[in-house]
Ligand binder design. Structure first.
Ligand SMILES: *Cc1c(COP(=O)(O)O)cnc(C)c1O
Length: 366
């Protein structure tokens, strides 16, 4: 064996994240000029003009290191949420917060991390890379969570329990009451991490999130991102709202300056730009209703969703439908990697993009 490849077992076995296809890949493959991408739950309205201006201004300071731990951004986020700034840790996307939690909290070879099956692939990959055990509990047929099963999977060595709500790829959201009851059942070392990447799209925040009650729940953390509702996926900015003592440890272990100057300026501007956020939510909610209606009319089984995407089962082979849509210049997401072979996920786009998708689907199903 190549001695240079004699690496950690967890790294040798690591399976990398598989991202959605890019517009350029599909343009080249099929010789198309117009391609619509509704595969990665990005903001339908693009980057806000206010953020563009702020990012341009950040160029002036590109030669400077940022302040480690970005206290100004943390304070702005804390003010926006109404939480203590000592709870907030920002990262290079919320993926970095997930990774930090997995590297800081579970003891390698001893502890375990619990999540649903299927779930966001990052929980599994970063847990295993950190040398901890990963346990999964199947969700129910209606995409709700098996709280009893999750509680039973936990023991005194459970370090983290990840729950995504609203969930990806179903759009199902747990109620705040369910999250609260579950948090009370956990063993003392276990931290419940609610991944709220899509919570901004929910009909009513307090019905689905514990973010305003964290003082009541010392074993609950929340992760959020600027990648979806705030439209900064490419800038990479997310954060965790954590028990303060754990926040301090994460920050201590984090690579310095991981939130870059452009993300810092962009994030601060995005928080102030209530117009772009409001318009994003309006378009998403209106179009979520329309897509649900029209997909149902086309014979698809559509899951109710609190997020900016819809999971649906088409009346024909999902794999064929996905490939035929690609050939027509519409990229959505197949879900075979989630074990949902008969289903597809479509992000809610702008009205014109959604119409293009529906017309292409009509052709594919005809
Ligand atoms: C998109 C997404 C995120 C956000 O990732 P970032 O690193 O912040 O871009 C986190 N969790 C889930 C379940 C997601 O779908």
């Amino acid at each position: 064996m190549d001695p240079l490849l004699d690496i950690r077992e967890e790294a040798a076995a690591f399976t990398p994240y598989v991202a959605g296809l890019s517009i350029d890949e599909i343009k080249n493959r099929y010789g198309l000029t117009n391609v619509v991408k509704l595969a990665s739950n990005e903001n339908p309205l693009g980057t806000s003009p206010v953020v563009k201006k702020a990012v341009a201004e950040s160029a002036e300071f590109a030669f400077r290191y940022t302040r480690h731990g970005n206290p100004e951004l943390n304070a702005a986020i804390a003010g926006h949420l109404g939480v203590d700034a000592a709870r907030v840790v920002c990262g290079n996307g919320s993926d970095e917060i997930i990774d930090l939690l997995c590297r800081v909290k579970p003891r390698p070879g001893l502890d375990n991390v619990v999540a649903c099956k299927p779930c966001f692939s990052m929980y599994r990959s970063q847990t295993l890379l950190a040398g901890a055990e990963f346990r999964q509990v199947p969700i129910k047929d209606d995409f709700s969570f098996d709280w009893d099963g999750l509680a039973e999977a936990c023991d005194d060595n459970t370090a983290l329990v990840f729950v995504t709500s609203p969930d990806n790829p179903s759009g199902y959201a747990a109620t705040a009451g369910e999250l609260a009851a579950f948090a009370r059942r956990l063993p003392p070392r276990a931290l419940l991490v609610v991944d709220e990447a899509y919570v901004d799209f929910c009909d009513e925040l307090d019905a689905f999130s514990l973010i305003n009650r964290l003082d009541e729940f010392p074993n609950v953390a929340v992760t959020r991102t600027f990648s979806k509702a705030y439209g900064l996926a490419g800038l990479r900015l997310g954060y965790g709202v954590l028990p303060p003592a754990l926040a301090e440890k994460l920050l201590a272990c984090q690579i310095p300056f991981s939130v870059n100057q452009a993300a810092l300026f962009g994030g601060l501007a995005a928080l102030e730009d209530t117009v772009h956020l409001g318009e994003t939510l309006r378009v998403t909610r209106t179009e979520r209703e329309r897509l649900t209606r029209e997909l149902t009319a086309l014979g698809c089984r559509v899951q109710p969703s609190q997020a900016n995407f819809l999971l649906f089962a088409p009346p024909k082979s999902a794999k064929r439908v996905f490939e035929d849509l690609l050939a027509r210049g519409v990229i959505i997401r197949p879900l075979a990697s989630y074990g949902l072979d008969d289903s597809l996920r479509v992000s809610i786009g702008r009205e014109d993009e959604n119409t293009t998708f529906l017309q292409a689907l009509k052709g594919v199903l005809a």
